[in-house]
Design a protein around this ligand. Sequence first.
Ligand code: HEM
Length: 351
Amino acid sequence: MIPPRQSPPHFPFGSLILIAVVIGVGAAAFAYTAGWFSPHRLTPDRLVDAFSPGGEPLGHRRNHAKGICFTGHFEANGAGSALSSAQVFARGQYPALGRFNLATADPNAADATVRVRGMGLSISTPDGQEWRSAMIDAPIFPVSTPQVFYQLLLASASKAPDAMQTFAAAHPEIAAFGAWAKSAPWTGSYAEDRYNGLNSFVFTNGSDAATTVRWSLLPAAQPVPVSPEDLAKRGRDFLEQEIVERVRGGPLRWSMMITVANPGDPTADPSKAWPEGRRAVEVGTLVVQQIEDERNGPCRDINFDPTVLPAGMRTSDDPFPAARSSAYAKSYDRRTAEASDYPRTAADAKP
Ligand code: HEM
């Protein structure tokens, strides 16, 4: 006779313990990532919070909150292919989406009060790849590392009267940026500004030869210096009014220059300019053809994350792009979740 099959011993708490362990490990990983175990570790949340200590600009970018969107194209002249195999450098014309902006967390700031202007840019190619970048008009970044940038944000928001002096004494590299901010001429137009990528990236060409580079967009328009006092008289939003008018009169152009580092150049530190005389290759022209609606247009739901790069480009030993990527994603998550605080107005608006 076949003995009756015995059921395996049953431990009623075994599976509960396993579930508790899995949940516990998950919660601990979440808490670690959020920085709960290490109140001094820099996290994307802390970095993003630091831009708006007085209250977040709900629905808006946490930095460079004021801006105006544009579309156009990039005309590659083919010269960049010697440096990078990315299709964007093969001679041809590729669609571009971008955004002129001001480095402020206040979407209603008066244009004449914001020293740093920027441009976000995305160029797409038929191979399905995309090159995103976010550049500013300053020729150098104020500080050397993302951690020190966070300290700078805290110092600027501090009520302690000597906070900035103490910061500058501990981080003397900020003096070069301070000198630029004090002496560089202001212009009356986004069209007259130069936009610099500042961070370094590695390009690889068809033979897998690697070069470390930085890039800049040089305006075709002649910059006309205007004092901030005179700019203040032009009204709060003169930059966007001016660029709308200017583009109505015809497309605007910038040439894209790629600068190649020499061995030993400070590739990991955007607060240090590379010495003069570096090899520079003009790889094409950005053409801005149309100003787009900022609130309802195609820039609203894009994050110009500088680590979105086509094959043939990659990040370098510069620690900024990774830190920027996580902060931009955090800002993007927050602002898109707050859409009701900055509702679309067009008739065909998405919810
Ligand atoms: C650790 C350093 C940095 C942090 C934490 C930071 C943070 C941010 C944040 C939170 C945004 C808003 C992102 C969004 O919601 O889409 C932003 C936008 C921007 N940033 Fe940075 N940033 C850093 C460094 C830089 C550098 C080095 C540059 C220029 C070389 C730069 C240029 C810009 C520009 C132009 C935008 C506006 C892009 C747009 O129009 O959407 N940032 N940044």
